[in-house]
Design a protein around this ligand. Structure first.
Ligand code: CA
Ligand code: CA
Length: 190
């Protein structure tokens, strides 16, 4: 029993341990995070890196649909001017000086941006400063897996972004290390 507790304690120090990561068919782990005071794209991206990952990237409709399932909860969404709904930040970014509104978009990982899922009318560079991607629904109180370009700081006082989605590739050495400690402990005991 004591050795099992040691193993559990070690696991609690693993990056992101104790949180609800969900693994998809590609082996990557995904989690939606809330930021109750609001968060910029840059802040969310830094948090993702600190967790050993990156803001989520969508290589296919299947991946987009799977991740939207994780984010399809009202706690991650906020109102935009009473007629749209703001979802979590994703790993889409536009290079400075690109042709507006659709030029220069890329995934933060450098993966090819081949699959596209912009909401109708997006990207539109509304206000002239929208260079960061998030999930966006075209109805008040709605939720959707479609994308919008948005300002880094959100769309003003009444249009903050309160969540973000992190994707990460599990480290192949992490789990065997923990298991090895538990096995070693058992051997000592016997
Ligand atoms: Ca991905
Ligand atoms: Ca936009």
């Amino acid at each position: 029993m004591r050795l099992l507790l040691i193993g559990a304690a070690l696991m609690s120090f693993a990056p992101g341990a104790g949180a609800a990561w969900t693994t998809w068919t590609n082996g990557h782990e995904y989690q939606v995070f809330r930021a109750t005071a609001g968060i910029t794209w840059s802040g969310a991206s830094a948090n993702a890196a600190a967790l050993g990952g990156y803001l989520v990237t969508f290589s296919s409709a299947a991946e987009n649909n799977f991740v939207f399932g994780l984010a399809n909860d009202p706690v991650y969404w906020s109102d935009y001017l009473g007629f749209r709904s703001i979802g979590p930040w994703i790993g889409l970014i536009q290079s400075a000086g690109a042709n507006e509104p659709a030029g220069g978009w890329a995934w933060v990982t450098g993966e090819p941006l081949t699959y596209l899922n912009w909401a109708a009318g997006e990207p539109n560079n509304n206000g002239g400063n929208e260079g960061f991607g998030l999930l966006w629904a075209l109805t008040a109180g709605g939720r959707a897996g479609t994308w919008n370009d948005f300002p880094n700081s959100g769309g003003g006082v009444d249009a903050k972004v309160y969540s973000y989605i992190v994707e990460r590739v599990p480290s192949p050495g992490a789990l065997p290390l923990v298991c090895g400690v538990v096995i070693l402990g058992r051997r000592r005991r016997s």
